[in-house]
Design a protein around this ligand. Structure first.
Ligand SMILES: *Cc1c(COP(=O)(O)O)cnc(C)c1O
Length: 461
């Protein structure tokens, strides 16, 4: 019998070592990709090595190039770690090696997607009949949702885009908040709708799309129309005002898509749910699991209220495929055919947290963002630029963009924590995002101390 488990103990051992030292290691990588290439590169080996040796070499060679982004003091982008149950479940996904495309290939994967879909819709207060596709990330979710939107608005205009393509189709108007995430534009490019054809609707000082500006823009267009709103601005954490936006879309018959990559999780926390008021009136929603739910990469949900439009845009309808009536073929909700059982770690994350644990995680990270803002505000000359309504903090240091850039470099080099910069109103500023299940208040305080020292060192130069 072949040895099927060779390498697993070595991998478990090295993973355990990594996780047990994750909180203590410097957050930034110690080498760039060149350092890892030197260790792991060279010619393709002529003869194979045994699994233990491969795992040992990989773990040792990759280590200096790993970022402790799963750790509690990585505040860059919007990242999140991996909950223990979700990480362990992810190992099972690989051990099972299910092709999760069709029910016939994995009833287990089909059932777990159904259960996880139902839990997700209930948590967010979205329509129970909506379609849910388990995609790779917010990008995949935005693309999938906008493909369903493209299907529906063109079908209403008498055009079958799946069969006949876009050449000769009625024009589709796209209206996006000025602060729409870059992945919305990538989706528009990939879908043949074009990034530059999108009308950018003015936003307010927190990055929220202005409903009055949306109304004006809608009044100036006729025909198939898609509006892209946002739950959780990637800089400020702000939420668009979904009630008036949904009203305007309903009056005009426009499809309303909401990019809620991380912000939609606020709907699962009682003290924050008001931020998402009216979001359930949209037609589609994109939400990540690998950010704030703390499932390991990669996983996200593309949710479409009109499940028929979802399937029409995504289904793989090859004549040779055995259709299993009444059963879920996961492939019908995502761009991929064969793929891993991506819902399994999401299921495990939700089950290990439970409804209250999830709410606590979201609320705790938001409280920690406020704590960070309060700490940083006490540094002379520092300004917090956003209303800290969620988990995002925008910090502007005195002395201009170069000083802000130098501070980001110094903070990353120091290694206590990691945060990045972003451009806000034309200025380079620091962005803090708190989205990790393991972050403690002490992590916030230690990081605030490190940031304070870096800022003081720069301003005294
Ligand atoms: C992160 C993010 C995305 C993209 O998600 P990925 O998981 O990186 O593909 C889209 N929209 C918003 C608002 C985000 O924060």
């Amino acid at each position: 019998m072949p040895d099927r488990t060779a390498g697993l103990s070595a991998a478990a051992h090295r993973a355990q070592q990594f996780l047990e030292t994750l909180d203590a290691r410097p957050v930034a990588a110690r080498v760039d990709a060149g350092g890892v290439r030197d260790e792991l590169g060279g010619p393709l080996p002529e003869r194979g090595e045994d699994p233990d040796a491969v795992i040992e070499a990989l773990a040792t060679g990759a280590d200096p190039g790993l970022v402790a982004s799963a750790g509690p003091r990585h505040f860059g982008f919007v990242i999140g770690g991996a909950l223990p149950a979700a990480l362990a479940a992810d190992w099972l996904v690989s051990a099972w090696d299910q092709c999760a495309a069709f029910h016939s290939l994995s009833p287990a994967a089909a059932a777990i997607e159904e259960i996880t879909s139902a839990w997700t819709l209930e948590l967010f207060g979205l329509p129970a009949h909506a379609g849910v596709g388990f995609v790779t990330g917010g990008q995949g979710a935005n693309t999938t949702c906008l493909a369903a939107a493209r299907h529906k608005v063109l079908a209403a205009a008498g055009w079958n885009v799946e069969d006949d393509g876009l050449i000769g189709a009625p024009p589709v108007h796209i209206l996006c908040g000025e602060q729409a995430h870059a992945t919305i534009y990538t989706a528009l490019r990939q879908l043949g709708l074009g990034a530059n054809t999108a009308i950018r609707v003015a936003a307010d000082d927190q990055g929220r799309m202005r409903p009055d500006a949306l109304r004006d823009a809608l009044a100036a267009t006729t025909g198939p129309t898609i509006v892209c709103a946002q739950a959780g601005n990637v800089a400020t954490g702000a939420f668009d005002a979904f009630e008036p936006i949904a009203d305007a879309c309903a009056e005009r018959g426009a499809w309303l898509h909401v990019d809620g990559a991380f912000g939609l999780w606020a709907a699962a926390a009682p003290s924050l749910r008001h931020l998402t008021k009216g979001v359930e009136r949209a037609d589609s929603w994109a939400v990540d699991a690998h950010k704030w739910l703390n499932a390991p990469y990669d996983g996200a949900m593309a949710v479409v209220a009109d499940a028929d439009a979802h399937v029409a845009a995504m289904s793989l309808a090859g004549p040779y495929l055995v259709v299993d009536p009444g059963q879920r073929d996961n492939t019908n909700f995502v761009p991929e055919s064969s793929r891993r059982a991506r819902a399994v770690p999401i299921y495990a994350a939700l089950r290990s947290l439970g409804r209250t644990g999830l709410a606590e995680l979201i609320e705790r990270n938001c409280a920690q963002a406020r704590r960070m803002a309060q700490r940083l505000q006490t540094i002379p000359g520092v300004r917090i630029l956003n209303d800290v309504v969620l988990n995002q903090v925008l910090v502007q240091l005195p002395d201009g963009d170069d000083a802000n850039r130098a501070a980001v470099d110094a903070i990353q080099r120091d290694g206590t924590c990691w945060l990045g910069g972003t451009t806000w109103n034309g200025r380079y500023v620091l962005r803090v995002s708190v989205a990790n299940w393991a972050t403690t208040d002490d992590d916030i305080d230690r990081s605030a101390d490190a940031i304070t020292s870096a800022v003081q060192a720069i301003s005294s130069r």
